[in-house]
Write a protein that binds this ligand. Structure first.
Ligand code: ZN
Ligand code: ZN
Length: 280
């Protein structure tokens, strides 16, 4: 069973990625939320190119990655959850919720620390907000994030099935929450009691620093409400708001090679927490 889970992982993840990408892209084509000024042909090959780079970097640095470590932990009894007697389903649920909290806290950290913001701001430098924004993360951020996840998985004793479920969920919900899709207002209001919706996460891609520094959640919306980082709507409204950050506003910056070098260029800017109001 462990070997089979590890062997099935790439196919499960690729299948879910392509399936959700196609679904959200179709939804965007049929019922878009905002008119886009920059065509898909300019952005999509580059944003999807980042996914290829990220996947290669991860496979190179962490060949068996998160699921492999979780399997080793289960076999050797590492971590909290391997030490307590709980129904397997409950352990899976606990692992998914705990990992979601860690990813929330990590996201806040990447906004707060100037050097980490340099890596994460590539995600925010996209000048439009759609399904491909949801997979546009700098390979160094992806590698750091995997390092943090591995520590948490080992300490928590997260079951391998829970880890695979979380990885697939995170990828799928990230594409959904970045969708340029029209969602009826009532449905959005109901959904966001539990999940991060596109209307909620779009606020996080506003050019206005106090809006950028809100709504950090990826899956569950509860963390933002609990920790006081929840902001319901953008001040300018969803249609009029400006997407992106103050830097890298030339559409030439949407090219893959430019994106990858963005962490090294310019200063950290006024976005990291605590620098927004009148800082240096
Ligand atoms: Zn962010
Ligand atoms: Zn985002």
């Amino acid at each position: 069973m462990p070997d089979r889970l590890l062997a099935a992982e790439p196919a499960v993840r690729l299948g879910c990625f392509l399936g959700v990408l196609a679904l959200v892209a179709l939804w965007e084509a049929l019922a878009p939320r905002r008119a886009q000024a920059i065509g898909r042909l300019t952005r999509w090959p580059n944003n999807l190119g980042v996914v290829v780079v990220d996947t290669l970097v991860l496979r190179l640095l962490f060949p068996t990655a998160a699921v492999g470590l979780a399997l080793a932990g289960e076999a050797r009894g590492w971590g909290l959850l391997n030490d307590v007697a709980l129904p397997p389903a409950l352990k899976v649920l606990a692992a998914v919720v705990a990992l979601d909290l860690v990813i929330y806290l990590q996201h806040v950290l990447f906004h707060a620390v100037p050097a980490l913001w340099r890596l994460h701001r590539m995600h925010h430098a996209d000048l439009e907000f759609d399904v491909t924004t949801g997979v546009r993360f700098h390979p160094l951020e992806i590698a750091l994030s995997m390092g943090i996840k591995l520590v948490v998985i080992a300490a928590l004793g997260a079951p391998a099935v829970g880890v695979l479920l979380f990885e697939v969920l995170l990828n799928a919900t990230s594409m959904f929450s970045h969708g340029n899709v029209h969602l009826p207002e009532g449905l959005d209001r109901a959904l966001r009691w539990v999940l991060v919706t596109p209307e909620m996460h779009r606020v996080h891609h506003s050019v206005v620093p106090r809006e950028t520094n809100s709504n950090f959640g990826f899956n569950l919306s509860v963390w933002d409400r609990l920790f006081g980082t929840y902001r319901p709507q953008p001040a300018a409204g969803h249609e009029a708001m400006t997407i992106g950050i103050g830097e890298f506003r030339d559409p030439a910056e949407l090219r893959l090679d430019r994106m990858l070098l963005q962490p090294l260029r310019g200063d950290a800017g006024r976005y990291p927490l605590g620098r927004q109001e009148g800082g240096p």
